[in-house]
Design a protein around this ligand. Sequence first.
Ligand SMILES: [Fe+2]
Length: 183
Amino acid sequence: MNTATQNLENDHVYILQLTDVMEQMAKKRASDVNHLKSVVHIIRNYADGLHHKKEEDLLFPLFEQRSANEGCGPVGVMLMEHKQGREYVQGMVDYIAAYEKGDEEALELVFENMLNYAALLKNHIFKENNILFRMADDAFSEADQKMLLDQFEKIEKDANPGDKAEDFIKAIKELSSNYSSSI
Ligand SMILES: [Fe+2]
């Protein structure tokens, strides 16, 4: 059976590919501003867009209802980490803008925020895959999983052309081919 938690774990595969690319870009001191902006675009619209919308608007609230530890369970920690991630992305945006205006040293701070984001997300996804989603699988009925999955698929279907999951996956693969560690 396809489940809502599997749908999110599938997104995680691509988000982890993006964090690998970010680490490679930082290591290789990538100065192509279009590539740096592309990373921000993918995070804001895919990882923190489509994917976090499914978690924050749908899975987390239902999990809290079903598991009766509202406010003090793992969901609170996950939400805090999403917020921390947004701060690192804002740091990337600000320092990319400074770099574009001629502040050469700002590039190092872009990489610092990228590395912080990548480390945070890797740890965060590990916790979701291994702890939270397994707790959710126990807490949800088959009907819950199906209802969530239908809602996830509607969000994916309703995304505008160019902002669909497959567009972001393609963009991650393109970036990955530019910065793959084997090159
Ligand atoms: Fe997630």
